[in-house]
Design a protein around this ligand. Structure first.
Ligand SMILES: Nc1ncnc2c1ncn2[C@@H]1O[C@H](COP(=O)(O)OP(=O)(O)OP(=O)(O)O)[C@@H](O)[C@H]1O
Ligand SMILES: [Mg+2]
Length: 545
């Protein structure tokens, strides 16, 4: 009698899960490092992305194999906490799972392997700490190198050269003394941008930029010593949702109607004029008549500004946001030296707020040939900003990149493993080999022989630090070449990959429950994926026999 579900047991379940882990690791690994490949993500509705930010896949993996989802979610969580390390986590997890499978076949219990992996992970983290160099916000040279290393895996070399110092300068501009140290605040760096111009037109602005224009063409374009009001709404007469009819029964009803409307306008405009406001930033729309009135009084009015932008402007100009103009008062107004509407490439109008009292607010205005390109650069800059913010505010240390730290850590693990008794030793040795696959992947992606590179890196790292230049495919000293990685990202990747690998190798059953529904429903994708992988495995086995 059946139990009402299908099951894959022990070896079958594990083999299947290892295959799924290998599939996802292989898929993302070709995008690893500066010579990594792009992926096209095409959706049903025709929308697409061309990107090296493979974590964007995570949005679309809801319907694939559970192990693929586990790995992708783990990489995503590393990326969301550190801003980096998505691909490294998945490659390493895939390697750890694959190597565990071999050890299991040799008769080592998954629990022992998991224990060995955890020991190795802790040892690796200590090794990384030992070889990392502390960074302070004054080390501009080192900071620029770290940011360039982060950027050049996603953007071109020349663009990374230009954007790295810009990003560092923006972030350092937000620095504030905090206790006995300095804290930077990534939220004060606004990354804006629209299609138009070329990527090299991207610029850093002291203050805020807004992709908006004055609501009326008669409004002023340049306002010095601006007095700024930030108002959510209240500039238009609310209309009822339903269709309504106004019936005027007396002849002077029309004049009453217009008088009431004029009174409303006066009521709105009066506080603005009385306080000498010359810029109004509003979260909603404005009545046609009112905008002409404000234009006549030389007030620049910007409508439909998002809540996020209102918050940034309020922060920069020192204003307090109010619900309607009647709540305005002198102390709620913001100020800045210059508010100007400028026309940039592609006849795009932008409003610049410069000379703001809060000098810590910075903006990076990204320009580029298409919206997709601009969005991609903005995404990369935001991730990088997060990494450098964490780096500067807490665990400020860098390690040599280009695979140097992985090779040195693997070497340390290997030497240390021999002092370990028990079968855990095999797991530690497997962990070391898995780590080395990261530089090996850099080599494969740049088109050089990874076995030669690994052998050479192992030999050279016995004495000093050497890594692979991921663009030229030659071995270099990463300190001299400015290839430096944040140490905390490496540690997070290793810890997360160890956790997910330990979880996957300790799964000994996959139960597939029938889909309970009165109507006949399609088989859910995760179930199909499990079946598909087992079919592939069956075919492979049949071919072998
Ligand atoms: N110019 C370079 N030469 C050699 N290696 C480099 C260079 N620039 C970066 N790297 C290496 O590339 C690796 C990071 O690659 P990548 O950014 O593609 O992966 P990730 O950080 O794991 O994933 P993601 O950035 O998508 O979250 C790091 O180990 C870093 O040392
Ligand atoms: Mg990266």
């Amino acid at each position: 009698m059946g139990l009402g579900f299908t099951e894959y047991r022990e070896r079958d379940a594990l083999r299947e899960n290892c295959t799924a882990a290998k599939l996802v690791a292989d898929m993302v690994s070709t995008s690893y490092g500066p010579a990594g490949m792009y992926k096209i993500l095409l959706r049903d509705d025709g929308d697409f992305n061309v990107t090296k930010n493979v974590e964007m896949l995570s949005k679309d993996v809801a319907s694939v194999h559970p192990v693929v989802r586990l790995l992708v979610e783990t990489g995503k969580s590393v990326k969301s906490s550190t801003g980096d390390g998505f691909i490294s986590t998945i490659i390493l997890a895939g390697q750890l799972i694959g190597r565990a499978w071999k050890l299991i076949q040799e008769g080592i219990h998954p629990e022992v392997i998991s224990r060995g992996y955890h020991i190795a992970s802790r040892m690796a983290s200590q090794t990384i700490s030992r070889y990392s160099i502390a960074i302070s916000h004054r080390d501009r040279h080192v900071l620029d190198a770290v940011v360039k290393t982060l950027l050049n895996t996603k953007l071109s070399h020349s663009l990374s050269d230009k954007l790295a110092p810009m990003l560092v300068e923006a972030l350092l501009g937000t620095a504030q003394n905090f206790g006995d140290g300095v804290r930077v605040d990534g939220e004060l760096v606004v990354i804006e941008g629209r299609r138009g111009g070329s990527l090299s037109d991207t610029e850093l602005i002291d203050g805020v930029v807004l992709h908006k224009r004055g609501v009326d063409r008669l409004m002023p374009r340049r306002i010095e010593n601006a007095r700024i009001a930030l108002v959510y709404g209240g500039f238009s007469i609310e209309r009822p949702d339903m269709f309504t009819k106004v019936v005027l029964s007396k002849t002077f009803g029309i004049s009453d109607f217009y008088r009431a409307r004029q009174e409303f306008f006066d009521d709105v405009v009066e506080p603005i004029l009385k306080l000498g406001v010359n810029v109004v930033i509003c979260g909603e729309n404005i009545d046609e008549m009112l905008r002409r009135l404000l234009a006549r009084h030389n007030v620049l009015f910007v409508r439909n500004v998002s809540k996020e932008n209102m918050k940034v402007i309020a922060n920069a100009v020192g204003a307090v946001q109010v619900l309607n103009p009647r709540e305005l008062s002198e102390e709620k107004l913001g100020r800045c030296k210059l508010v100007e509407e400028r026309i940039l490439a592609a006849l795009d109008r932008w409003i610049f707020f410069e000379g703001c009292p809060n000098e810590r607010v910075k903006s990076i205005l990204v320009r580029g040939p298409t919206d997709k390109v601009v969005e991609e650069v903005k995404r990369v800059l935001r991730d990088c900003l997060k990494t450098v913010e964490v780096l500067l505010n807490s665990k400020a240390a860098a390690v040599p990149g280009g695979g140097a730290i992985e090779i040195r850590t693997a070497e340390t693990l290997r030497n240390w493993a021999y002092s370990l008794g028990g079968k855990e030793q095999y797991a530690v040795l497997a962990f070391a080999e898995a780590l080395e696959q990261l530089p090996a992947q850099l080599a494969k992606n740049v088109g050089v022989d990874h076995l030669d590179v690994l052998a050479e890196l192992r030999r050279m790292n016995l004495d000093g630090f050497f890594g692979l230049d991921g663009l030229r495919g030659v071995i270099v000293n990463p300190f001299d070449s400015g290839i430096l990685d944040p140490a905390f990202v490496k540690k997070e990747c290793i810890a997360a990959a160890t956790e997910v690998a330990s979880l996957v190798i300790r799964v000994d059953h996959t139960f597939i429950f029938p889909f309970k529904s009165v109507k006949k429903s399609p088989i859910p994708e995760p179930v199909k994926a499990v079946r598909r992988t087992s079919q592939i495995l069956k075919n492979i086995r049949m071919r072998r026999t």
